[in-house]
Write a protein that binds this ligand. Structure first.
Ligand code: ADP
Ligand code: MG
Length: 381
């Protein structure tokens, strides 16, 4: 067990890292953040900010010598960096599991090998695989780069066979998957935490709505029937167990009109759709990350209230500062801002969560507030 007072290492200092750092410091740990961004949102709460590239040998050596264990807020840390730290101290989740989650080809194969369902897909390693892939996938399909895609980036919808080659080149002629594009009844996600000893706690499934490939709203509990929710939980647990996973794992699912559940992808870390846990759960997903990193069992995940989480993107600043007072004047609405200075379009700047009794009322409130906040109230921060 790693006791409070110890220093925890964090690779990546964005908003997820910021919320991990806050949780860790609240619990009495010191946090050392490695992030090349001098304005890293996590750094302001960290004990020490190593402002260097993720492959910087000196920074990695400092982390390995000063920290009791290391975790990560995103999956694109070079595998060699993770491995070099893991030679000295625990890295949780493991470098191997992070590697699986960062590569769609490996991820989908792993999920299928475990016996869990995914959409139909074909692996494309080189241009010569394109014809074969087309013969085995009916259109429309989505071409996705195997690595480095996020928030809908690195994806192109293919409606006509003639478009595929150009799309592949447009994505940089790198390894890809060609996925069947399915008609979704909805999307849900399950976030869980698993200790080094194998104890698992799952949060309630969230129902997720995306806009332009970016998560827009999460609704908790997801409005799916009880069997779908429990199957999703069972599948997420099975995945964590088969991977001998340690840490927080998010599993995204597609649900089709026949209630077929397919795993879309997994994230080896807390997830945007798990932000409701900050305001509507006994333990939140960042506390779970701290607990599992330090060798403890995950905390209890009872939902304290239904909730609707809304992302606030940089677009909300188009006409000046958003009207924060419209959010804050509601006792059941909780605002989280990530401390990013530049509100670029599509950039995740913060979120708010509406908590209360019925999901329908919360959804109405969320959509009303969402429309109101890009206001002109420049007197407020
Ligand atoms: P990212 O890494 O950007 O989250 P995803 O693979 O999760 O990439 O895709 C982003 C979103 O695009 C999904 O949440 C879903 O709404 C939509 N999408 C992706 N793949 C499919 C598919 N095969 N069929 C239908 N919709 C899809
Ligand atoms: Mg996704």
């Amino acid at each position: 067990m790693i006791l409070p007072g110890a220093t925890l290492g964090l690779l990546g200092g964005g908003q997820l890292g910021r919320m991990f750092t806050i949780a860790a410091r609240t619990m009495g740990y010191e946090v050392m953040v490695l992030d090349p961004d001098p304005e890293s949102p996590a750094a302001v709460f960290a004990t020490e900010h190593l402002c260097a590239p993720y492959s910087d040998a000196a920074a990695l050596a400092r982390l390995a010598s000063r920290c009791a264990a290391v975790t990560t807020e995103f999956e694109n840390v070079p595998a060699t960096s993770l491995q070099s730290i893991a030679e000295h101290i625990p890295v949780r989740p493991s470098a191997e599991n992070i590697h699986i989650a960062r590569d769609r080809i490996l991820e989908k194969k792993t999920i299928r090998d475990i016996g869990l369902d995914t959409v139909e897909y074909q692996v494309i390693q080189t241009e010569s695989d394109l014809d074969h892939a087309l013969q085995n996938i009916s259109l429309p399909a989505i071409l996705k780069t195997a690595t480095l895609g996020y928030d809908g980036k690195g994806q192109i919808v293919i409606s006509d066979a003639a478009e595929l080659k150009k799309a592949y080149q447009q994505l940089g002629s790198t390894p890809c998957v060609l996925e069947q594009r399915i008609e979704l009844a909805c999307e849900i996600s399950v976030v869980l935490a698993r200790s080094i000893c194998g104890h698992i706690e799952t949060f309630n499934a969230a129902e997720n709505r995306h806009h332009n490939g970016i998560l827009d709203i999460s609704i908790i509990p997801a409005r799916v029937n009880a069997e779908v929710a429990s199957s999703a939980e069972r599948m997420a647990r099975m995945l964590a167990e088969e991977l001998d996973y340690c840490g927080v794992l998010a599993v995204e699912f597609f649900v089709d009109k026949d209630d077929r559940l397919m795993i879309n992808e997994m994230a080896p870390r807390p997830h945007n759709s798990g932000h409701f846990t900050l305001d509507a759960s006994l333990t939140d997903q960042f506390q779970q990350q701290v607990r599992t990193l330090c060798g403890y069992r995950p905390g209890k995940t009872d939902l304290t209230s239904s909730s609707v989480m809304v992302n606030i993107l940089g677009d909300a600043w188009e006409e000046g500062n958003p009207a924060w007072n419209e959010l804050l004047k509601n006792p059941g609405v909780f605002l989280h801002l990530y401390g990013k200075k530049e509100p670029r379009a599509g950039r995740k700047m913060g979120h708010f969560t509406c908590v209360g009794n019925t999901v329908d009322d919360l959804l109405n409130q969320a959509y009303t507030l969402k429309k109101i906040i890009p206001g002109h109230d420049n007197n407020l921060p």
